[in-house]
Write a protein that binds this ligand. Structure first.
Ligand code: 5GP
Ligand code: MG
Length: 180
């Protein structure tokens, strides 16, 4: 567990082991199960690519009837958030009157998620909540509430469990942090 791995030009070491991630996913699933049990067929909307592993593990712990779909919102390159926000693509569900849970890998400054919520609100859903695996409280600079945060971390750059460094590292079962 102490060894480092190399992705492109950088070294990474384990920050959060798989077992800790699993506990956090279980906790957040328990909260969602209790909050949504009485609501009409909630829709989980996974934000590709980073959320695929989280969403897969989360869904196995959801105990009510629900639907699942994916969207994409590409805004990120390298190890720093660019601030540039691109379009929401791949949405082909009728969201009117639906209870929507956006599932994200990580909320950093909040720019991406705010843009996405604004876009989705135009479709008149009954409710929208955000569920993110990782949340960076010191970096978050928006006002929209992020209701479900599985794990809070500092401002370090992480990879693994779906998150990438220039497309590498998504397959790792633990979460790694860049060294130096
Ligand atoms: P925000 O718009 O909240 O600043 O940035 C959100 C996006 O930036 C995330 O969806 C993710 O793609 C990327 N991002 C932010 N922090 C990290 C990080 O520590 N590691 C990785 N791999 N991506 C990150
Ligand atoms: Mg993302």
């Amino acid at each position: 567990m102490d060894e480092t791995i190399k992705l492109h030009d950088r070294q990474f070491k384990v920050l959060i082991p798989a077992a800790r991630i699993d506990e956090a996913v279980t906790d957040v699933a328990r909260r969602i199960n209790s909050d949504y049990a009485a609501r009409e067929t909630p829709l989980f909307l996974g934000v590709l690519n980073g959320s695929f592993m989280f969403l897969s593990d989360l869904m196995k712990k959801i105990e009510f009837n629900c639907e699942l779909s994916f969207v994409k919102l590409a805004s990120y390159e390298g190890t720093g958030s660019t601030g540039e926000v691109k379009n929401l693509i791949g949405l082909n569900n009728d969201l009117a009157g639906r209870h929507v849970v956006i599932v994200e890998d990580i909320v950093d400054t909040g720019g991406s998620i705010e843009h996405m919520v604004r876009e989705l609100e135009r479709h008149r859903p009954a409710s929208i909540e955000i569920c993110t695996l990782f949340f960076k409280p010191a970096s978050y600079a928006r006002t929209i509430p992020v209701r479900y945060r599985a794990l809070e971390i500092g401002n370090e750059f992480i990879v693994g469990y779906g998150l990438d460094y220039n497309q590498l590292g998504r397959n790792l079962k633990d979460v790694y942090v860049v060294t130096e």
